[in-house]
Design a protein around this ligand. Structure first.
Ligand SMILES: [Zn+2]
Length: 140
């Protein structure tokens, strides 16, 4: 690596570290369109996400929530959501920022995408909760 290349790489590092961004608004859940967030000013930002994250974005139970996704803008109207294991999806309810999770009270199983419980196969309940809680803590 030449000295000039090395210097430009080092100059880029702080920007890479600060790359995490947030988009917040209401989910657009039109099945014929890709998931998107409608911002307060009416602008629509299309969301790109992995399959598990897309499952959350299409969960009708979240359609009226004040919704937040972490990731980065690929363009002014296109946002790439962080992968599901980074737990990048939140709702704001009554002034609290809650991470979106799913919970089966019968089996005490938690998941981060909607669908049947991996244990009993019943549909899991939407369970937004304090992000500081441990995965194994019961529903609050
Ligand atoms: Zn279960």
């Amino acid at each position: 690596m030449t000295r000039r290349l090395l210097l430009s790489f080092v100059a880029l590092l702080p920007r890479l570290r600060a790359a995490q961004q947030v988009v917040r608004g209401r989910l657009r859940q039109d099945p014929s369109l890709p998931p998107a967030i409608t911002l307060r000013d009416g602008a629509v930002v299309v969301l790109e996400a992995d399959a598990a994250t897309a499952g959350v974005l299409r969960d009708a139970r979240l359609k009226d929530d004040d919704f937040e996704a972490q990731g980065r803008f690929a363009a002014p109207r296109r946002f790439v959501v962080d992968p599901i294991h980074l737990r990048a999806l939140f709702v704001h309810r009554a002034g609290r920022r809650l991470v979106v999770t799913y919970w089966c009270a019968v089996c005490a199983v938690r998941a981060w995408t909607p669908g049947p419980c991996q244990c009993c196969q019943d549909e899991m309940a939407l369970d937004p909760r304090d992000p500081a809680l441990k995965d194994t803590d019961p529903s609050n």
